[in-house]
Design a protein around this ligand. Sequence first.
Ligand code: GAR
Length: 197
Amino acid sequence: MSKPVRVAILFSGRGSNMETLAQHLAKPDVPGQFVLGVSNRPEAGGIGLCTRANIPCAVIDHKAYDTREDFEADMQKALASARIDLICAAGFMRLLTPEFVTHWHNRIINIHPSLLPAYKGLNTHKRALDDGAKQHGCSVHYMRAEMDDGPVIVQKHVPVHADDTPDTLATRVLAQEHVAYPEALDIVLEKLASQQP
Ligand code: GAR
């Protein structure tokens, strides 16, 4: 049996995707282990989820750093000391430098609330509605140096309804995020687990 893949989850807010991944990783047949949460915001709701699940959480407040590089150096220290193999960004609202992303090449994945490559960046639901899009959704993808770029692992589509608001559409997409992320994680874990000693 190969060793379980050690997973860190990066988040900035309420942490519903982190919670979904945590539940998935707790299943005995999933070859990964959730060993570290990382939040860049001390007020993030997800921190309480880590505490309740007994998972250590590194709170690394980006506002306490003069540069992105210094902030990321402390993130790298926390990730290294937890011997992390794979990073899942789950609502982590901080741009990572190309150096950081390259360091974790194919070992850092992200969820984005749109059908990439459509609607990279913020306010995806409002932009889809403003465009009159009939379909919207979410994507889990390998991270690359460009924001919201990189090979897609799993996408889920949802219909856009005529009376949707950004909030109603976000709720429909979020339900699919909670399906897409565990599916994508399984695909990535299988690849990584086969490379573990
Ligand atoms: C999710 O909708 C996620 O796709 C989005 O933030 C939300 C976090 O919710 N991420 C991005 O927009 C990244 N560009 P959560 O904290 O409940 O998981």
